[in-house]
Design a protein around this ligand. Structure first.
Ligand code: SF4
Ligand code: SF4
Length: 168
């Protein structure tokens, strides 16, 4: 199985394949969600085992993780300030959700997370390809296709397994 890891190539292909990915989303909606999850979870294991996140870190440079109150409490303790001070200084709120502010993430150190053991819950589960309901979350997956090589490769392999006819 060929795995694409080149972030520049992935970003370029994401632009070229954008319309196709939206067509693929419509295609998926006509399929059995449980069967799709089984395939995606197998691909998730195969692809994740072959991609080293510490050689990538693209999500930490491009995305702002959502943080819960529990995450904020932990991060505030690390910074030696109160949760309220942490939220004012380092977070932003959008549609009622709170995110770490700005990119790259203040905790990225080269390609490694400087607070790995204490990273927010959302960082632990990203890119969420091991979770159920892939079809219901396919819009988010299209957004992550250009950021995360794991998502990119899973989506491409899924298209192939399902005999999806690309038009690019
Ligand atoms: S989760 Fe995806 S984008 Fe983030 S470091 Fe791993 S491969 Fe890269
Ligand atoms: S907290 Fe760590 S894992 Fe999460 S975005 Fe920042 S550097 Fe990446």
């Amino acid at each position: 199985m060929y795995i694409e890891r080149n972030l520049l190539k992935i970003r370029k292909l994401a632009g070229i394949r954008e319309d196709d990915n939206y067509r693929f989303r419509v295609f998926l909606k006509g399929k059995d969600g449980e069967k799709i999850d089984k395939i995606v979870h197998r691909l998730h294991k195969e692809v994740s085992a072959q991609i080293d996140c510490t050689s990538c870190a693209n999500c930490c440079y491009c995305l702002t993780p959502k943080v819960s109150k529990a995450d904020i409490d932990i991060l505030a303790r690390l910074e030696n300030i109160s949760p309220e001070e942490f939220q004012d200084a380092y977070c932003e709120t959008d549609f009622g959700s709170t995110y770490l502010e700005g990119t790259p993430c203040r905790y990225i150190d080269g390609k490694k997370c400087g607070i790995y053991e204490n990273r927010p819950e959302q960082c632990k589960t990203y890119p969420n390809t091991g979770k159920p309901d892939f079809v219901a979350r396919s819009l988010g997956m299209i957004g992550n296709y250009e950021v995360c090589p794991i998502v990119f490769n899973i989506m491409e392999m899924l298209k192939e397994e399902l005999w999806f006819r690309s038009r690019y």
